[in-house]
Design a protein around this ligand. Structure first.
Ligand code: NDP
Length: 302
């Protein structure tokens, strides 16, 4: 049976380290880091994320300031708010919660954030620094995954790593961070031929696809480490029957509650083949907020 890589426990460690960093600032007479969170529209999932982020800020002593805008806010108003936050000396980090409502250009908004306050690490300047292997604010999810792997002593040097997914927020930066740590990295995506075969070569498999249960146990090399970034909510009982064959408890939750969260990897099957696996929920999910607050502290200290 594989070891479960407990993301919640590691997130708590990361948050404790941020809390100590904030205390340290205060001991030096500096103010608490300030994180501005911009939430546009009524997306229920975004509201939950923003609430969780505010609660985490409160726990570690970061001042979080929420800015709520209506879904029909014009781009110029959003841009003007970002400009104001860029100029505000009390604000160290700016986060624009994605997705933005239709009619707003998320690239334009993200590129407008000052790179020094870009706690999501999505600005081209920070992405460029990552590409060059230089310090900067790095995307929270992959950097927190790297922290988890380091904590568990996964030696990445020379390892064959496969990153499934090539998004700018997870797949590509994850691949660059693994490369920086001397892994031999393959990036796979929707056009990759023989995806199961490519995955089977991986000593470390990172799945960031958004397809529930795509990665079957037979795709995993025996003894591999599996990091499942995907967060999918499924309601379809037929899909549940297919992907939860080795996870009766998930199937039961789906039956009783009508919906269940799962990753891109069939967790029950992976547990029988891999050496270590992150669960969903409780794996990468909690790490992302911890990565964000780590960045907020870093931005304040810069
Ligand atoms: P995107 O939709 O931006 O990217 C998905 C990637 O997966 C694309 O590169 C796409 O390929 C690839 N892909 C899609 N379908 C397949 C397939 N059938 N076979 C192979 N590759 C495929 O997603 P994100 O990177 O933003 O997020 C991925 C997952 O991670 C989602 O479930 C998301 O909810 C979750 N997530 C979780 C976070 C956390 O905190 N744990 C944070 C961020 C994301 P192509 O480029 O060819 O289209």
């Amino acid at each position: 049976m594989a070891t479960i890589l407990d993301g919640k426990a590691h997130a708590d460690r990361m948050l404790e380290s941020v809390r100590l960093g904030v205390e340290d600032r205060k001991a030096k007479g500096l103010r608490a880091p300030g994180l501005a969170v911009v939430l546009v529209g009524d997306d229920p999932a975004s509201h939950v994320y923003v609430r969780n982020k505010s609660a985490a800020c409160a726990k570690v002593g970061i001042t979080s300031i929420e800015h709520r805008l209506n879904a029909d806010t014009p781009q110029a108003v959003l841009d003007a708010l970002i400009d104001r936050l860029n100029a505000d000396s009390e604000v160290d980090g700016i986060l624009v919660q994605l997705p933005l409502p239709k009619g707003l250009d998320s690239k334009e908004a993200l590129h407008r954030i000052s790179p020094a306050k870009d706690v999501d690490g999505f600005h081209p300047m920070n992405q460029g620094l990552l590409l060059e292997g230089l310090p900067g604010l790095r995307p929270c999810t992959p950097s927190a995954c790297m922290s988890l792997l380091a904590h568990h002593g996964v030696d990445l040097k020379g390892l064959r790593a496969v990153v499934l997914g090539r998004s700018e927020i997870v797949g590509k930066p994850m691949a660059l961070m693994l490369l920086e740590q001397h892994a031999t990295v393959t990036i796979a995506h929707s056009r990759t031929k023989d995806l199961p075969g490519v995955c089977r070569e991986a000593d470390l498999l990172v799945a960031a696809v958004g397809r529930p249960g795509l990665v079957e146990g037979s795709w995993i090399k025996p003894g591999a480490v599996v990091v499942d970034v995907g967060i999918n909510r499924i309601e379809d009982p037929a899909l549940g029957q297919r992907i939860f064959a080795a996870e009766p408890r998930k199937l039961e939750t789906l039956r009783s509650k009508g919906a269940v969260l799962c990753g891109d990897v069939r967790f029950g099957e992976a547990m029988l083949v891999a050496s270590a696996v992150t669960p969903v929920p409780g794996g990468v999910g909690p790490l992302t907020i911890a990565g964000l607050l780590t960045n907020a502290l870093m931005a304040a200290n810069a």
